[in-house]
Design a protein around this ligand. Structure first.
Ligand code: SER
Length: 322
């Protein structure tokens, strides 16, 4: 049986990963933690919760010891567009949470999952079928710098100290429970909300810009599967390309139009986000994840879209969103 700690539980991924893990491993074996209890009211009501600042090593250690934690899911991060507003803060938070997670894991015998991202690739990375092992000079965003550094540091802790570190490079994640916090791929979530709310959407990403995306259920399955994988089969650790769908704004709009025929889209490009999007892959090759731990996506754009629209509409009808 595992004793799991999810830090950064109040974010887009954590708010769904915690219930998913509790379902698999038992509610009492999954501790949600966040710097802000108010962001985690449901998670705190449903099971164990700790308010901790991931940068406070002592507080973090105390929680790991108190709950006899053996697995840490470190989800603390400022995303790509937010990071550019205060790069030093993004470095401090993203790397601070990771270095604490790794050190505390080393001292307490824990495994660590920290997501990497399409942001770990940069301008000179091959854009199509981006290989698992390729050029990663992602220096156009502080987010990318943190992701590349994080991958290296996590592999270092495995090689040097034997800490069981594993990771996946998440595409933009599309979900309806919690909004993402300031990423470049956020338009692919916002489009569903505006489609339900207004029947129209203004895209801040230019037509023709392809990025990898993934529906949350696949992302959750990936995070748990990589941690459950047979370690003797892992050639890679930090971090695996995973992929399920790649599209540009016109394609997601066309898919929505199949369900909302009057839906319209126009453009007002955000130059910061567009430059970031241009530096990222069009589509990653996920064959190593498939070969080493059986990764296979279940959703594509066509199967995700009606589900997203139905779930967002339900929130709208219940008055949970305006
Ligand atoms: N969704 C993230 C972002 O756009 C990428 O990992 O920042």
């Amino acid at each position: 049986m595992k004793n799991i700690l999810v830090i950064g539980a109040g974010g887009q991924i954590g708010s769904e990963l915690v219930p998913y893990l509790r379902n698999i491993y038992g509610t009492n074996n999954v501790v949600a933690a966040d710097i802000d209890r108010n962001k985690c009211k449901d998670l705190a009501e449903q099971g164990p919760f700790e308010e901790i600042n991931a940068l406070d090593g002592e507080g973090f250690t105390a929680v790991v010891k108190k709950h006899k934690i053996d697995t840490i899911y470190n989800l603390v991060a400022l995303l790509s567009a937010t990071g550019e507003k205060d790069p030093l803060l993004a470095w401090k938070i993203n790397m601070g949470a990771l270095t604490n997670s790794l050190n505390i894991a080393k001292d307490n015998g824990c495994a660590v999952f920290t997501p990497s991202s399409i942001g770990a690739f940069g301008d000179n990375t091959p854009k199509d079928n981006t290989p698992q092992d390729t050029i990663q000079r992602s220096s156009s965003t502080i987010y990318g710098v943190c992701k590349v550094s994080g991958e290296l540091l996590s592999d270092y802790y495995f090689n040097r100290f034997g800490v069981d570190t594993r990771s996946v490079r998440f595409p933009g994640i599309i979900s309806y429970v919690q909004l993402p916090g300031g990423g470049t791929t956020d338009y692919a979530v916002e489009i569903y909300y505006d489609a339900i709310r207004k029947g129209s959407f203004t895209s801040n990403i230019q037509a023709g810009t392809y990025m990898d995306m993934m529906y949350m259920p696949d992302a959750l399955r990936a995070a748990v599967s990589v941690m459950e994988a047979d370690p003797s089969k892992l050639i890679h650790r930090n971090s695996f390309n995973i992929a399920s769908m790649s599209f540009e704004p016109e394609q997601i709009a066309a898919e929505i139009k199949k369900h909302i025929p009057n839906f319209t889209m126009d453009y007002k490009v955000d130059e910061v986000k567009q430059a970031i999007a241009n530096s990222w892959p069009n589509k990653m090759d996920d064959s190593c994840a498939a070969a080493e731990w059986g990764w296979k996506a279940e959703y594509d754009l066509t199967s995700m879209t009606p589900d997203m629209l139905a779930k967002v509409k339900e929130k709208f009808d219940k008055g949970l969103i305006k």
